[in-house]
Design a protein around this ligand. Structure first.
Ligand code: FES
Ligand SMILES: [Fe+2]
Length: 372
């Protein structure tokens, strides 16, 4: 498949030995884009410009008329595709342009404990193709919203409470806000008297989670988080046709420019759930967090207007700062079973402060620093 990594196209391919490889999607002869498909099955890639052919391991294996026009002098070993560093965690593939990054496990660190609840609680599968849509918003507004903004829900999504789909407007306040190192953070809605996951999979959840994670999952109302910088996830419970059902999605806020992003969302379902459960979970997802979903439309409207208001060069904007002081007076919880810094209230901006602090650290590094 091809994916965008910070504005550059990358080919991710699995070779004959089952290894995953990733390359800059650029021919090493004159820089032509090698692969234009979104996904497919290819053992080799032939450049549309002069026909150099590369194996899906990155080696250059074919050059038209090589002997004759290069006189046997072409050093093909030096013309392999440029490798991109990738790592995988629970089926997710992460990439970076940093050639000597810290190990992915270390980058995710304590946040794995929370990410596991969304992507590692059972064997999960992607249901259907991803939903893609372009929003005229700066991408960090999405990351910021998912890293810890539950405060907006009672206003932005107030009509959902009015419709009786959630009990009351402060439904979203109860629970925890957590952040960990490297800018990651999430909000955990808790407790929930109803178990909205497939009942028959309890043993699988137990086998994949620690007793503390399992306990949390059992009373989870929702879980919204961001893996720094632009991968977010959501476990949400929605009533569809009178029945409460969970739906789990992950999303990328893919920057296109400073005021435009593509949002790509994937629905995840438990592989061993019944077909009927999967179908209903998908219905709940489409109803809430797809481009036509009631929550998604509310949110993206706000993201777009914030971006528009931030544009331009009005004199007062030079010294204008947003306010991120919510919850500064609070002390973290000490008896929460999960790692990280935890607050016993979802209405807090501690996670956002942590996100931007890490962002600032990276942006302040000299060129070529570790976070590059
Ligand atoms: S640019 Fe690819 S073969 Fe020339
Ligand atoms: Fe929202």
């Amino acid at each position: 498949m091809t994916r965008d990594l910070a504005g550059y196209s990358v080919i991710v391919s699995r070779d004959d030995s089952g290894n995953m490889n990733a390359f800059y999607n650029m021919c090493t002869h004159r820089g032509m884009k090698l692969c234009r498909a979104d996904k497919g099955n290819k053992g080799r890639f032939t450049c549309p410009y002069h026909g150099f052919t590369f194996k899906n391991t990155g080696e250059l294996i074919g050059v038209p008329m090589q002997k004759e026009i290069y006189g046997g002098q072409l050093d093909t070993a030096r013309l392999s595709l440029h490798k991109v560093t990738i790592g995988t965690y629970k089926g997710l593939i992460f990439g970076t342009w940093n050639e000597t990054p810290e190990p992915l496990e270390q980058f995710l660190g304590d946040f794995k404990w929370y990410l596991d609840l969304a992507v590692g609680r059972a064997e999960m599968e992607v249901m259907g193709p991803p939903q893609r849509f372009v929003v005229h918003s700066h991408w960090k507004i999405g990351s910021d919203n998912f890293v810890g903004d539950s405060y907006h829900t009672m206003v932005t999504h107030g009509s959902i409470a009015e419709l009786g789909m959630v009990p009351n407007a402060t439904y979203s306040k109860k629970g925890y806000q957590v952040y960990t190192s490297h800018g990651h953070g999430c909000n955990i809605g808790y407790p929930n008297p109803d178990f909205a996951f497939p009942e028959e999979l309890r043993d699988e959840y137990k086998a994949n989670l620690s007793p503390e994670q399992y306990e949390l999952l059992g009373s989870l109302k929702n879980l919204i988080g961001t893996v720094f910088p632009n991968l977010s996830f959501l476990v949400s419970h929605t009533k569809v046709k009178g029945q409460l059902i969970s739906n789990t999605s992950i999303r990328l806020w893919r920057p296109i420019s400073h005021d435009k992003m593509e949002v790509i969302t994937w629905l995840l379902v438990e592989k061993r759930a019944s077909e009927d459960w999967k179908r209903r979970s998908r219905e709940a997802f489409v109803f809430t967090f797809s481009p036509s979903g009631i929550f998604e439309q509310d949110d993206t409207e706000v993201f777009t207007d914030i971006t528009a208001a931030a544009a331009g060069s009005l004199p007062f904007k030079k010294n204008f700062t947003y306010n991120y002081t919510m919850g500064l007076h609070r002390e973290p919880e000490t008896d929460f079973p999960g790692p990280g810094t935890v607050y016993a209230d979802k209405f807090s901006e501690a996670s956002q402060r942590n996100f931007y602090r890490y962002w600032l650290d990276l942006m302040s590094e000299p060129e070529g620093g570790a976070g590059k």
